[in-house]
Design a protein. Structure first.
Length: 115
């Protein structure tokens, strides 16, 4: 009986130590995840700044003209096409998901005579 009590006591001590080690291990894991979160948030912010810089309309227009040789369309190069849904009914006027579509197409005159 005495041996059983000692064995039971050792088991309880073992379980207690195991639990404490597990709590410490999980604490380290939480701290590591917090650091990772901070790093990822910093990267996200940097990527947002980079995206807004790269997608700025004035930058895109400048690159289009300088590097790609593009220019704004001249008078008469733009054709405006207005379209309505295929089965447009008078009741569709009040529906927010049905709107007439306006499409602008720019003619491109290529040196070979094709367009």
């Amino acid at each position: 009986m005495k041996a059983f009590a000692v064995f039971l006591g050792l088991c309880l001590v073992f379980v207690f130590v195991w639990e404490r080690v597990d709590v410490v291990r999980i604490g380290y894991q939480i701290e590591r995840l917090k650091r990772d979160k901070t790093v990822l948030e910093r990267q996200r912010d940097e990527l947002r700044v980079k995206f807004s810089t790269l997608s700025a309309s004035d930058r895109i227009a400048r690159l289009a003209t300088e590097k790609l040789g593009m220019s704004l369309p001249q008078q008469g190069q733009i054709i405006v096409v207005q379209s309505r849904p295929v089965q447009f009914r008078p009741t569709d006027v009040h529906r927010p998901d049905v709107v007439p579509v306006e499409l602008k197409i720019a003619k491109n005159y290529l040196p070979s005579g094709r367009f």
